[in-house]
Design a protein around this ligand. Structure first.
Ligand code: ASP
Length: 284
């Protein structure tokens, strides 16, 4: 499995807390995998932990849009069943990925936005945010000229389970200073999140460019239809993002357990548990 805590722009920041946290989460995932839990359930659980930590720009660590509102996006996709649940511009719920999971598991629809997403979450009995003080707003205080120079903090997780099932989950508050109602790539099936029988992908970076390149599903299609290897496919997709002027990175895992974690930003908070049991955790 692999996880990410967002692409990095800020080269000076100390990420030791995030590194420690990501290392812990890899061990949580290892235990769940050993216990035979399915990929989608593990991906959602790991992203939920990242949301609750307040260390990333997702869930508790979210930052507000340009109107001061917290509008959060998330998606969960199960590659075995091709089921997906997504929410965009969700307000006032603690765990967007849990809402996405409820959409995937118990709705005839796949994607809810805005007030409809919140109404669905309410109907599903999911936990609301107590008040605006809930958010730790990890991005605050980092001045920058335009979102292009600010850090990203989306979180994501891709998992291959012991049955050969693949899944991907992604959650975010989006890019800093985004306009009200803006939706990035993270919840968009095939853009920021994708899983099928061949691979699972979760992206981070300038979402507009990942939508324009259908980044996540493009990795899968390069594997399946063009016969490319996972890393080559992932790097080629990021080259397209870069050619359009975007930056960021992605994590991907294929059905053979190969993992790719390329980025075209200054870094990407990321961790992986490889099929031989070894672990890597890096930010640059
Ligand atoms: N991709 C996310 C978005 O554009 C931002 C991020 O990766 O942090 O909403």
């Amino acid at each position: 499995m692999a996880l990410h805590g967002g692409a990095i722009i800020d080269t000076a920041k100390d990420y030791s807390l995030e590194i420690e946290h990501m290392r812990e989460l890899v061990e949580v995932a290892r235990t769940r995998l050993d216990q035979g839990e399915a990929a989608a359930s593990i991906a959602a659980a790991i992203v939920h932990e990242m949301e609750m930590s307040g260390l990333y720009v997702a869930g508790r660590g979210a930052s507000p849009n340009d109107e001061g509102l917290y509008e959060l996006d998330a998606a969960l996709m199960d590659g075995t069943t091709a089921r997906i649940g997504a929410v965009a511009a969700l307000q006032n719920f603690k765990s967007p990925v849990e809402v996405a999971r409820a959409v995937m598991e118990s709705s005839p629809h796949v994607f809810f936005a805005g007030a409809g997403a919140a109404a669905f979450a309410r109907r599903s009995g999911l936990e609301p945010v107590p008040d605006d003080n809930w958010y730790t707003h990890v991005g605050s205080g980092r001045s920058a000229s335009g979102f292009g120079s600010r850090p990203f903090g989306t979180v994501g997780c891709v998992v291959l389970d012991r049955y050969g099932g693949l899944a991907s989950a992604t959650s975010t508050a989006g890019i800093f200073g985004k306009q009200a109602g803006r939706v990035g790539d993270s919840p968009v099936p095939g853009a920021g999140t994708w899983a099928d029988r061949f691979c699972a992908v979760s992206c981070t970076g300038h979402g507009e460019f990942f939508i324009r390149t259908a980044a996540a599903v493009q990795v899968a299609h390069r594997l399946h239809y063009a016969g490319q290897g996972l890393n080559d496919a992932a790097v080629a997709v990021l080259r397209e993002v870069e050619d359009l002027g975007g930056s960021g990175g992605l994590i991907a895992i294929d059905v053979a357990g190969r993992i790719a974690m390329p980025f075209i930003s200054a870094g990407m908070k990321r961790a992986a548990l490889f099929s031989d049991g070894s672990v890597s955790v890096n930010v640059r």
